[in-house]
Design a protein around this ligand. Sequence first.
Ligand SMILES: Cc1ncc(COP(=O)(O)O)c(C=O)c1O
Length: 410
Amino acid sequence: MIPFSRPHIDQEVIDEVVATLRSGWITTGPRTKAFEERLVRYCGCKAVVAVSSWTMGMQVFLHWWGIGPGDEVIVPAYTYCATANVIVRAGATPVMVDINPTDFNVSVDAIARAITGRTKAVIAVDVAGMPCNYPAIHNVVAAAGARRLFRPASAQQESLGRIVVIGDAAHSLGATVAEVRTGALCDMTCFSFHAVKNLTTAEGGALCFNLPAAFDHEAIYREFCALVLHGQDVDAMAKSQRRTWRYDVKEPGFKCNMTDLHAALGLVELGRYQGNLDRRRDIFAAYDAAFQAEGWALLPPSVSGTRVSSCHVYQLRVRGATEEQRDAIIQAIYDQGVAVNVHFIPLPMLTAYRKRDYTISDYPESWEKYHNEISLPVYCDLTDDQVQTVVEAVKRAVREILGEGCQGPS
Ligand SMILES: Cc1ncc(COP(=O)(O)O)c(C=O)c1O
């Protein structure tokens, strides 16, 4: 079976993890700090705090930003559940909006229409690695009308004076808009380093701060190091280095610090990340070349104007296929030993959100993209031969389900 995803674990990674185990320091310590510093340099942002997952990092951020009951956060309907779950967990309301006809990302016009006096944040999602149009989103939240409506409810919100723009960059490390990398494209960006992501630390994530000059990023870094560790103002490493035991907790915090064992993977992966991106781009190009002559194939964009994707997964769509036919095509692909996926089931179709009164018919573009989408594997260790096997399996499955000569309706 060709797996849908596979982490790139070679001797270099194993050696670094073993060196960490042998070092005597396995929780947050020098490797986590080095990983954070490398990410600051790689992304070009102002501060990075490494955490145990995107989800936990985002929960800490929403808490710190003062988002809670009565607040609204705008999110696309077309995303992974984590993007909205963290808002529900914070006690706030996810306000779902539809995506663009031209790609899988949130519609900026829909964001503008959804802003109310209760809107505190927008979480834009770089689906499959394609970065959102952040300059346009910034223009929307900075517009005089949106600023007039804005009602700050915490010191942070007061300092910013507008809706905070958050990037869900779970898929998009290394993606760029006008050559600026994700992490430096909006006020705060959160990465996921889960096992299937472009860069993995097994589980993990990072909060990247890029707030305006009025914010003290060194102070934010210190505050978040405490917040992700119960609120403790001195971590275990600092305690052992300073030969002191006393600490204080100013506010009860969370517990989601990254460990040095996880950071060891991240350091190796980040050091050679360009090679990873190049391989992903080659695989995208091979899929484009293989499918572009097929009348039924709708290809995903990997470059759009100044936006360049990190090519996380290949979101192929089968023109004219119903949802049932798409599911049958996926089964026929599986039957040939190739694992594929669907990114994503729109949130209004999940029970948790259906019972909160979200309805997929309110999000026609999300349905349009979802019902005939099949995500193909893209990862470093996928060989050229395997790419061809995937291509053949997909073409055969489409022919089998939609019939020979299928072009889909024009
Ligand atoms: C778009 C998106 N956001 C957030 C997450 C959550 O990441 P994590 O598993 O690190 O919490 C994922 C994970 O798959 C994701 O795909």
